[in-house]
Design a binder for this molecule. Structure first.
Ligand code: HAM
Length: 434
């Protein structure tokens, strides 16, 4: 006989047994509550898209991680690695007819062939919240407020996480003021993006090679990147027109968030660049305060993407918040709910003669909305009670021959251990349903 084969799970993919699924649903429910509170409507799209959609729109990093193949019709397709290109495609087809601003949210499952590392898997779920059709900072502040509230709703506070905010326009203005030529901007952004990973010496070297930055100018840039807040930028380059204009926009943005009471979560930090190619303005990432985990959330403004996928020119801003790092953080803080099973009722029969009566009562209770379980086949009462406890039943209905002959059943309260009798007529009417 050939040996039975075992089938391990693919690396980077998760099973969601009931306890894990209950945790996931807890997070999703909080996300939905917050998004709806801010007036966002939920949408979804297909998990498989034309490969082309990501080739130019997402940037090299994500394209290198695509699950892509040729389908039976000869089309080049890819599992969605992010939602933003699908959103742009969907709205490109219909946004002209829609009232603006558009406020949409979604919770897609996404697929990226990532290198195995803590907090990064090959599939994850991501809350996506986007506002389209609003070019000024009111929309930027609004989406950041949703991101912060999505975490507050789960019990996290300003000691647990921080939103690091930057602005690509401001960074461009700073780099231009320091003499970085326009054709070196993208490479310089990429150097800054890697600053925290590679350290100061490697970054100095990279900036010299890619942007020709050296001497006092590279010192100024590093001072700006290391400085917390916008004061250093203001002090060094605030006089420059483009820098000053970007700083004014950021002050307006900060004022909105401060008015909402969210200032304690906010930190301006020009080291945040974001890897994706399409961002054009304010960008942000949310991190755990201790800085131990990968980003919980990332987003920003992408004003040109819709036009680039064939739609009307439509300003856009939004974020993606993943479930992987977030669930780790919630577990670490003891903020995941108790996911033990629970039932309203368990029906226990003393002998097979009560089987049909048990089924009848169970059905009446279920029709009335209660959760009800019982042993599918006759078991000793002792075992049935153990089953009731395992399933988290709050109350047990005991059906015995002597009691049913008197037209009653015994109800046992599993929490308090008390018992009392009720009439079968009442049970049949569903008047005890909880
Ligand atoms: P992103 O930074 O690539 O942005 O992903 C956003 C968040 O998704 C990350 O901060 C992280 O929590 C989670 N995430 C990403 N990749 C993985 C992974 N391999 N495993 C676990 N979690 C992951 C975007 O995807 C943009 N499309 C977000 C956006 C929406 N921008 C505007 N609108």
């Amino acid at each position: 006989m050939p040996k039975n084969k075992s089938f391990p799970r693919l690396p980077g993919f998760r099973d969601f047994a009931p306890e894990a699924l209950a945790e996931r649903e807890h997070v999703f429910r909080s996300w939905r509550r917050v998004a709806r509170r801010y007036g966002f409507q939920e949408y979804d799209g297909p998990p498989l898209e034309p490969l082309e959609l990501y080739r130019e729109k997402s940037g090299d990093e994500i394209v290198g991680q695509l699950y892509a193949f040729v389908d039976k019709g000869g089309r080049e397709v890819a599992l969605r690695p992010e939602m933003t290109p699908s959103l742009a495609r969907m709205l490109g087809e219909r946004s002209r007819a829609m009232a603006k601003p558009i406020r949409w949210f979604s919770i897609p499952q996404l697929f990226r062939y990532e290198r195995q590392q803590r907090g990064r898997l090959r599939e994850h779920f991501q809350l996506n919240v986007d506002i389209l059709g609003e070019p000024r900072t009111g929309a930027d502040a609004e989406v950041l407020a949703v991101a912060v509230d999505a975490l507050r709703e789960l019990g996290l506070g300003p000691d647990d996480f921080v939103a690091r905010v930057s602005d690509r326009r401001l960074l461009s203005a700073v780099l231009a003021a320091l003499g970085v030529p326009a054709d070196r901007m993208a490479a310089t952004f990429s150097d800054i993006d890697k600053y925290e990973r590679v350290g100061v010496d490697a970054t100095r070297e990279r900036l010299r090679a890619s942007a020709g930055l050296a001497g006092r100018r590279v010192d100024s840039l590093l001072e700006i990147l290391d400085g917390s807040g916008l004061d250093v930028v203001e002090e060094l380059l605030g006089e420059r027109e483009a820098v000053g204009a970007s700083l004014d926009e950021l002050q307006r943005y900060r004022a909105d968030l401060t008015a909402m009471g969210l200032a304690p979560f906010l930190r301006f930090d020009l080291r945040i660049v974001r890897g994706l190619a399409y961002y054009t303005g304010i960008v942000f990432e949310l991190f755990d305060r201790k800085g131990k985990l990968r980003a919980i959330c990332g987003g920003g403004r992408y004003d040109q993407l819709l036009q680039r996928v064939g739609g009307e020119p439509l300003a856009a801003v939004g974020f993606g918040m993943g479930d992987v790092v977030l669930t780790e953080l919630l577990r670490d803080r003891g903020l995941l709910p108790d996911v033990a099973p629970s039932m309203d009722w368990f029906i226990a029969s003393v002998s097979p003669a009560q089987r049909l009566l048990g089924r009848e009562i169970a059905h009446v209770l279920r029709e009335a909305g209660s959760t009800v379980a019982y042993a599918l086949e006759q078991r000793p009462v002792r075992k049935q009670l153990a089953m009731a406890a395992r399933q988290g039943a709050r109350k047990v209905i005991l059906l015995g021959p002597e009691e049913t002959a008197r037209g009653v059943a015994v109800i046992r309260d599993m929490t308090h251990g008390t018992q009392h009798e009720v009439s079968l007529a009442d049970l049949r009417l569903g008047s005890l349903a909880s």
